[in-house]
Design a protein around this ligand. Structure first.
Ligand code: ADP
Ligand code: MG
Length: 571
């Protein structure tokens, strides 16, 4: 009777209770959501039964929280939404999770199928499952309590197996209140066996890859967030250190091996991409973030090895000479076991060339970081942040924005796996507070969110959520008063602010005061250092308004090339 909740003597249970039982049986310990018709009682009951419920102010943040909790824990994060508009608000996060390869399940209440299917106009009526399909790895609907166990199991297996992704699970109002025999309900429950099985690569593919790597004069290993998700840090370190090959971490793979590792080539990125003759991709796609492996950034003669769990990813942009399809830990295990049969090494000349460029670039960056300006710019402000964070190597760093994203990624070193959480594959804004909340909730550890002022606006109201749950989250708003910049003119000469302008001299710190958190305003690197230290020492929710010169900031940060340029002459 353990799983049959509320009243053990009951002979009947209903969809809502059974849904909670099924989630518990599958180890779901947290639900991120926004309640309303028809899922309010579901959340109440889940909480009653010991599932932690974290209530948000907007579904997109709840969805982002679920997505990143999936990335961090390898168990699908659960997002609960109400019908139609709530569902749609959450769908952006579900789509982003799918694009990023993060396992999550968006569970949404939906209205009466009879009315929806005849399009008769219902309260928040929408054919949600069919809307979700193109944005999710899969979409399922549970129409009867009898199907809850299978529906939940299918959602979980789909979310975590192969390349992980977002699954939509529709639960109808009628199903939630439908009853069934309690004994039969209990008997129907199960947890899927081995939902994300190991997948070993075939040995021929491993030999082909090792042979190619052994032939390289200028080998390079690129580590992506797939390797971070796979928790392949131990195997990666062994492989990297035993071969001596330089590595380049993609943004969220920073820290899988520490950024100050002698083989880290991050500060010689242009050199290594431009010259490497054999590139081994480990859980990284040749998508736009790597200019599709083509163009002037790349050595046109480079040959590729690609470790990925998704066979369809291979050759998606550039021919892959040696695909290794399998899960990354298993693939690296086999490669390590076989590597002694091949003479894999890194020629000294290649190491020396990289080290020379690293030295020059580090010195250039150091000069930028230590040049003081008033008001602050991104670099001297980030130097202050980095001075403090170097004393907190276990802290989560959430990061979004344009310049704030690019410059933070380059300046703030990461030393441990999966601690850097950012805009990801879509380069999407709005992940900040959802990611920060879930990182704090799943780990119990501290989080610092480094946010552009515009980026922060997309999820800023979740400051109330952070305060309500008393999470150890410090939000640093890099405030230059605008999207990219704060000093753009209105080209008409009119009184309205320019399209990129936000309120000048805004005091984002005042927001958190409304909810009992601690507010700081920092106008110099020293003030920023002091504020961040105080915030982290307090373990309380805090927001630091970090005043940045409105005149600094590059259009679209490092990806200005993606902006179509207007042909008409600009004033
Ligand atoms: P990044 O943005 O860091 O370059 P991507 O998200 O582009 O990383 O690529 C991650 C890749 O890792 C995806 O192609 C995905 O299929 C793959 N992947 C995810 N999980 C695993 C895993 N457990 N084993 C192998 N590959 C994985
Ligand atoms: Mg800005």
């Amino acid at each position: 009777m353990d799983y049959i909740t509320n009243n053990p003597q009951a002979t009947l249970t209903d969809g809502m209770h059974l849904m909670v039982d099924a989630l518990r049986m599958n180890g779901v310990d947290t639900i991120y959501g926004v309640v309303g018709i028809p899922v309010t009682d579901l959340a109440r009951h889940a909480q009653e039964m010991g599932i932690r419920y974290i209530g948000f102010r907007h579904e997109q943040s709840a969805g982002n929280a679920a997505a990143i909790s999936g990335y961090l824990t390898r168990k699908p994060g659960i997002c609960l939404t109400v019908s139609a508009p709530g569902f749609l608000n959450g769908l952006t996060a579900l789509a982003a999770a799918t694009i990023n390869g993060f396992p999550m399940i968006q569970i949404s209440g939906s209205s009466d199928r009879n009315i929806i299917d005849l399009q008769q106009g219902d309260y928040e009526g929408l054919d949600q499952m069919n809307v979700a399909k193109p944005f999710a790895k899969a979409a399922y609907r549970i129409n009867r309590p009898e199907d809850i166990a299978v529906g939940v199991a299918r959602a979980i297996r789909t979310a975590v197996s192969g390349r992980p992704g977002g699954v939509y699970l529709d639960i109808t109002t009628a199903m939630l209140s439908a009853t069934m025999d309690a004994q039969a309900a209990q008997a129907s429950l199960f947890a899927p066996v081995d939902p994300a099985p190991k997948q070993y690569p075939c040995s021929g593919s491993v030999k082909r890859a090792l042979k190619l790597l052994a032939s390289a004069q200028k080998p390079l290993i690129i580590i992506g967030k797939g390797a971070a998700y796979a928790q392949a840090e131990v195997e990666l370190r062994t492989f990297v250190e035993r071969t001596g090959i330089p590595f380049l971490p993609m943004s969220m793979a920073k820290g899988l091996l520490p950024d100050d590792h002698p083989q880290c080539a991050a500060s010689a990125r242009s050199l290594v991409l431009g010259q490497a003759d054999v590139v081994m991709l480990v859980g990284a796609r040749l998508n736009w973030l790597l200019t599709h492996g083509k163009g002037k950034k790349w050595n046109p003669a480079a040959q590729f090895i690609q470790l990925d769990i998704e066979p369809e990813e291979i050759d998606s942009n550039r021919p892959i000479a040696a695909p290794v399809v399998g899960d990354i830990v298993s693939s690296l295990d086999v490669m390590i076991a076989k590597m002694d049969n091949f003479n894999i090494h890194c020629p000294q000349a290649w190491r020396d060339a990289i080290d020379a460029v690293k030295q020059t670039n580090v010195a250039k960056m150091q000069a930028k970081l230590t040049t003081l300006t008033s008001p602050m710019n991104y670099f001297n402000a980030l130097k202050a942040v980095s001075d403090v964070l170097d004393g907190y190597k276990d802290i989560y760093v959430v990061n979004e924005g344009a310049n704030t994203l690019d410059d933070t990624r380059n300046v703030i070193n990461m030393y441990r796996p999966r601690l850097r959480l950012d805009c990801g594959t879509w380069g999407v804004m709005g992940i900040g507070m959802g990611y920060a909340i879930a990182a704090a909730v799943t780990s119990g550890r501290q989080v610092v969110a480094i946010e552009g002022d515009s980026a922060f606006g997309f999820s800023g109201m979740e400051i109330e959520t952070i305060c309500r749950y008393r999470l150890s989250v410090t939000v640093v708003v890099f405030n230059n008063g605008g999207i990219y910049r704060g000093n753009d003119p209105n080209l008409s000469g009119g009184a309205d602010p320019s399209p990129t302008s936000l309120t000048p001299n805004a005091r984002y710190d005042k927001l958190i005061e409304a909810f009992g958190g601690t507010a700081y305003n920092a106008t110099t690197p020293d003030e920023l250092r002091t504020a961040l230290t105080a915030a982290l020492t307090s373990h309380r929710p805090a927001l630091i308004n970090c005043v940045i010169d409105p005149a600094v900031g590059t259009e679209s940060g490092h990806i200005g090339n993606l902006n179509p340029k207007t042909v008409a002459p600009q004033k």
